[in-house]
Design a protein around this ligand. Structure first.
Ligand code: AMP
Ligand code: ZN
Length: 114
């Protein structure tokens, strides 16, 4: 059994508030949202960090962004806009080591990020 939190959500071992799923990706609401809409898009395949990406992950990575576009549209964010973020390791403030694309929207963002 996997020790990875997001693999457990993928496998239904712990609950996730799932909003989208296809062959490659799963998306669920963030448990601690930083904006009115905060959704995490994960690959179904376990990949720990962006540093672990290989050439044959290219399709999965593309599917993550296509899912982000699709979900943003469903959530009514396409025109107002939104942010997509991958955090990597300590300086990126990654806390869950199964890569995930944050889809954040529903309010004005600021730049630079903290
Ligand atoms: P990161 O800091 O980029 O690794 O992001 C991890 C994200 O996972 C944070 O935004 C957390 O709020 C979120 N998170 C942690 N546990 C859960 C959970 N059980 N279900 C949904 N989101 C979670
Ligand atoms: Zn995992």
């Amino acid at each position: 059994m996997s020790e990875c939190l997001f693999c457990k959500i993928r496998d239904g071992e712990i609950p996730g508030d799932i909003v989208y799923e296809n062959e490659y990706v799963l998306a669920f609401n963030d448990i601690n949202p930083v904006a009115p809409i905060h959704i995490l898009i994960i690959p179904k395949e376990h990949i720990s960090t962006l540093n672990d990406l290989e050439k044959d992950h290219a399709q999965t990575m593309g599917e993550m962004f296509l899912a982000a576009k699709e979900i943003a549209s469903k959530e009514g964010l396409s025109d107002s806009g939104y942010r997509t973020v991958f955090n990597c390791n300590e300086h990126g403030q990654q806390t869950v080591f199964h890569i995930h694309l944050h889809l954040i929207g529903g309010r004005q963002m600021t730049w630079p990020p903290g």
